[in-house]
Write a protein that binds this ligand. Structure first.
Ligand SMILES: *[C@@H]1O[C@H](CO)[C@@H](O)[C@H](O)[C@H]1NC(C)=O
Ligand SMILES: *[C@@H]1O[C@H](CO)[C@@H](O)[C@H](O)[C@H]1NC(C)=O
Ligand SMILES: *[C@@H]1O[C@H](CO)[C@@H](O)[C@H](O)[C@H]1NC(C)=O
Ligand SMILES: *[C@@H]1O[C@H](CO)[C@@H](O)[C@H](O)[C@H]1NC(C)=O
Ligand SMILES: *[C@@H]1O[C@H](CO)[C@@H](O)[C@H](O)[C@H]1NC(C)=O
Length: 336
């Protein structure tokens, strides 16, 4: 049973009817200074191909940035601290993502966060071929973020805001990025952007539509449960169990090496549920900038390439997976 108690922590949460989120709750907005490589605020001005700017803006499917390599062909895992901003629009003094990099992008706006997931050939921005990549977040080894001095804004609230909590996973063929824009008394921003499960991959940490990899689509959506949290009754309230990533390390004590393991022995295969989405708009490609246009701040806003069309295919899907039953059984075992 030891592994179960290490693995699962049953939390009792009070069921409440109000689900109001608070975008000025402590921990939502960034209060510190802007990283030294960044412009003081988001700007519609591109940097050059060697820019070190590290300011992401995550505004819409046609206007977002991701952290990517500063130097090509080094693994992300070896260079997390030095990643730089790559943007679909000329902005933030940052590098421009080459047209055609992405084959599909999904952008969702939820009450708690905005999330963008994309597929394509990320070697075009310098990922090493076949590099399964790494995880980036505002904390890192030094507390100054991975990358160091990385910052993130969004204007989904109607105005540019600097957000304190975000996470990105990037590999040679996929990225996912979540920016936490609000919290409530149950889930704060740090919990909704909890990034420690860094070996679980995008689909587990940031549930969404991972089937349609060749579609460009924006949707409104409900928020998923925070990463690694499983609702015991499946209703999102009351009791949650959490999953801790398994980690094996070696400890040297008085000249003796001991191998130790923490975390779950049973790894859930996916998140408990994919939140339902609505108001989906599909377009044929990104209305991405082809050329830096530093003098025109409105360029690219109303591109004509993408066709919007209603798409109600993204209906509510509830995936109860095998992991779910593992979690339930384990929680019951702990409670007994
Ligand atoms: C916070 O939001 C979640 C998800 O909508 C909801 O289940 C929970 O009841 C809310 N908590 C409060 C205190 O409103
Ligand atoms: C939101 O959070 C802030 C900071 O904690 C607090 O002052 C404010 O009253 C909260 N607003 C609501 C509507 O709960
Ligand atoms: C920039 O990022 C650092 C490191 O995460 C953070 O402490 C600071 O508050 C951020 N500043 C802004 C303006 O977002
Ligand atoms: C990265 O490595 C690949 C494969 O070895 C090579 O084709 C490519 O030119 C390299 N890119 C750069 C920018 O060095
Ligand atoms: C966010 O910024 C973009 C420019 O990239 C602008 O077109 C859009 O209207 C802004 N959205 C809001 C809600 O202010």
């Amino acid at each position: 049973m030891r592994y179960l108690s290490a693995a699962l922590l049953a939390l009792s949460l009070t069921a409440v009817s109000a689900q109001d989120v608070n975008s000025s709750q402590n921990g939502v907005l960034a209060t510190g200074t802007m990283g030294s490589t960044n412009p003081p605020s988001p700007t519609m001005k591109a940097g050059d191909a060697g820019s070190n700017a590290r300011l992401l803006s995550v505004n819409s499917i046609d206007d977002f940035c991701i952290f990517g390599p500063k130097e090509a062909n080094k693994t992300i895992g070896d260079t997390e601290g030095e990643q730089v901003a790559w943007c679909t629009q000329p902005r933030n003094d940052a590098r421009l993502i080459p047209d055609g990099t992405f084959t599909g992008v999904h952008f969702i706006t939820t009450p708690f966060y905005v999330q963008v997931v994309g597929w394509g050939d990320l070697t075009k921005i310098g990922l090493q071929d076949a590099d399964y990549g790494g995880e980036l977040d505002p904390h890192g080894a030094t507390g100054e973020g991975n990358p160091i001095g990385g910052n993130v804004t969004s204007n989904v609230s109607g105005t540019d805001e600097n957000y304190a909590e975000w996470m990105e996973f990037i590999s040679y063929e996929q990225f996912c990025l979540r920016v936490c824009t609000a919290g409530n008394d149950t889930w704060d921003a740090a919990t909704m952007c909890e990034h420690k499960l860094d070996e679980m991959g995008c689909g587990f940490i940031m549930p969404g539509d991972y089937e349609q990899k060749d579609v460009f689509q924006s949707c409104d959506a409900d928020a998923a449960y925070p990463p690694g949290m499983f609702s015991v009754a499946g209703d999102g309230d009351n009791s949650f169990s959490s999953f801790a990533q398994r980690y094996t390390g070696t400890l040297t004590q008085e000249g003796q090496q001991t191998v130790y393991t923490i975390g779950d022995t049973a790894t859930p295969s996916s998140a408990q549920m994919t939140p339902s989405s609505s108001n989906c708009r599909t377009q044929s490609s990104l209305n991405a900038a082809q050329q830096p246009t530093p003098t025109s701040s409105n360029e690219g806003d109303e591109g004509s390439k993408g066709q919007s069309q209603d798409d109600d295919s993204a209906a509510a899907t509830l995936q109860l997976v095998s992991a779910w039953s593992i979690a339930v059984i384990a929680v019951i075992a702990v409670l007994l």
